[in-house]
Ligand binder design. Sequence first.
Ligand code: ZN
Length: 113
Amino acid sequence: MTKDEREQLAGLIRDRIDAVTGDIDAFKAASMPVSPDNAIGRLTRMAAIDSKGINEAALAKARATRARLEKALRTIDSEDFGLCRDCEEPIAVARLMAMPEAALCVACATRRE
Ligand SMILES: [Zn+2]
């Protein structure tokens, strides 16, 4: 990976972190406890409780993504950055640009599926 690519990737990771942080705030707002008051009907409340569960799953996923992105940003200047966790071959730059939090090369990721 060239220095330019590394810098481009670092900028991309920062943008992603901003975006996912926005998602996290939105999911947090949507995961507020469902009020038991009778202003909304029972079925509406059931639907709200249902989507609360979905939002909590999305929130957990967004947080995990942000943690991986932050780790990528912290380690981007290290020698090991961009090496596949399994086979230790360099991960294709195009793959990192599309998915900066990727820890596996395409071959290893495919093998695990
Ligand atoms: Zn690999």
